[in-house]
Design a protein around this ligand. Structure first.
Ligand code: NAG
Ligand code: NAG
Ligand code: NAG
Length: 448
């Protein structure tokens, strides 16, 4: 019952995560208006720009802080050289993944307009890439469509990257280049010999990957670049059972009971009363609220004019953080669930670093674009400290191997991750492998 479409589709990596950025600063700082009522020193949910009254690395759900030249510091150790990198990020802003049963009536008044974003998708014979029409698709919803009440107005797909998300991705690429290309000269530019890119099979992840690459190196607009995608999810019923169990105990169910009033209020307003997909956790409310607020749309209002309040939305954001932390980190057996559902990815990462150590790696940079489910599992498996939060859009991990007997420095949301500022390559490989059960196929599918 916990699977939303989003989770099924991700699969391979699921992670979202994030963490330290928000909690660090200034409870005392006065919050000047006008700020959106959705924003506080605890985090930003109203748009991609973090208001300048907050520290640069404040948790921003709409656009996570990431490595950039203005805030980059070299490792304290002298005379090190950056020799190899892996990066994983979450995709950037998108439309909601979940629809209300009566979606049309709860739509933003302006509708979802994606006319400013062209979703190219065309095949090509490898033997003749110059010949084909460059086609893109646009969603079109006829006003006499019999299912109109369940569909939104506009020209977007469910869960699609938006133009604003594409722009954030390009900026993310530019910021990446500002450090690793311009400042450290780790790469001269981007080419397929040095850089390997991998995404999930969702359109939005490879659209983000393309924009990142272009942000890093504009000469790519004239070139072709191959992006691999991971096969979606693998089935792991034993992991699902483990998660079902720890979501049946008071450590989980208490928060549903305590927030029953909120749940009833939101469900009545949005017409989802009695639907377990919406009441078994706050994921769907979180998704449908944040995709609106990140794009400057109001919170949902129904046909009678009743609207979700900012105060309730902020409660949902906090509960979302609690749920992500519980499911992927805090729950008893969460680490087992985590390693079963993300073990294949942890093994791939471990293999990358082993292959580098043994001198077989041919790439300098491996860049992965995934989902919140990828980022949260990664954060949990790497023992990122403190309670984990819902991985923000564009959330980022960077592993960088320095020589000098090979040390790894892990950057999370733009700053060194506590405890992983400087670990030996061997220890880092062991940490990754500790999340990759050897007999994962049997552990997922066997009856034990
Ligand atoms: C949404 O669709 C309905 C039904 O076609 C229409 O009456 C309404 O004007 C549309 N709203 C917007 C904002 O396009
Ligand atoms: C964790 O797993 C153990 C062993 O299977 C089980 O006994 C325990 O009840 C589980 N805990 C929760 C909270 O599900
Ligand atoms: C709109 O929300 C109000 C307040 O929650 C609720 O009483 C009403 O039933 C809702 N109407 C529709 C059409 O969903």
């Amino acid at each position: 019952m916990f699977f939303s479409l989003r989770f099924l589709s991700l699969l391979f990596f699921v992670l979202k995560w994030q963490a330290l950025a928000a909690s660090v600063t200034s409870q005392t700082r006065p919050i000047p208006s006008p700020l959106s009522p959705l924003d506080s020193a605890h985090g930003v949910y109203s748009g991609s720009q973090t208001p300048t009254v907050f520290p640069w690395n404040t948790y921003n759900y709409c656009n996570a802080p990431h490595v950039n030249a203005a805030h980059y510091t070299l490792p304290p150790t002298k005379d090190v050289e950056l020799v190899y990198m892996n990066v994983m990020i979450r995709h950037h802003k998108r439309t909601p993944d979940n629809l209300y049963p009566d979606e049309n009536s709860l739509n933003p008044p302006a509708g979802w307009d994606c006319k400013d974003f062209l979703q190219f998708n065309f095949g090509s014979l490898a033997s003749n890439t110059a010949e084909n029409a460059q086609t893109y698709h646009e969603t079109n919803i006829p006003s006499n469509h019999p299912f109109l009440s369940q569909i939104w107005n506009g020209t977007c797909d469910e869960g699609q990257l938006t133009a604003a998300g594409l722009e954030d991705s390009m900026q993310h690429g530019k910021d990446f280049a500002s450090v690793y290309i311009n400042k450290l000269k780790f790469l001269k530019g981007v080419d397929a010999i040095d850089v390997y890119v991998r995404t999930s099979t969702e359109d939005r992840t490879y659209q983000v990957a393309g924009a990142l690459l272009y942000g890093m190196d504009e000469t790519l607009s004239k070139k072709q670049f191959k992006i691999d995608s991971l096969v979606p999810s693998y089935s792991c019923p034993n992991a699902d059972n483990i998660r079902d169990q720890y979501q049946s105990v008071p450590a989980w169910t208490d928060h549903l009971v305590q927030n029953q009033e909120l749940q009833t209020r939101l469900s009545t307003l949005t017409g989802v009363l009695g639907m377990s997909a919406w009441s078994s956790w706050y994921d769907h409310f979180f998704d449908t609220f944040t995709s609106r607020t990140c794009h400057g749309h109001p919170l949902p209002c129904n046909a009678t004019g009743a609207c979700v309040s900012s105060a309730d939305a902020v409660k949902v954001f906090g509960i979302g953080d609690f749920e992500y932390n519980y499911i992927w980190k805090a729950a008893q057996n969460a680490s087992t669930y985590n390693s079963l559902t993300f073990g294949v990815m942890f093994q791939e990462l471990a293999d990358n670093f082993k292959s580098f150590k043994e001198g077989h790696e041919t790439f300098k940079l491996r860049f992965y674009v995934g989902h919140d489910g990828s980022m949260i599992r990664l954060a949990s498996g790497l023992n990122i400290q403190g309670p984990l939060r819902w991985p923000a859009l564009g959330s980022e991990f960077v592993w960088r191997t320095q020589n000098q007997a090979y040390f790894v420095r892990v950057m999370h949301e733009g700053t060194p991750a506590v405890g992983l500022e400087w670990v030996s390559l061997d220890d880092f490989i062991s940490l990754l492998e500790s999340n990759a059960p050897e007999d994962i196929f049997e552990q997922c599918l066997g009856s034990s």
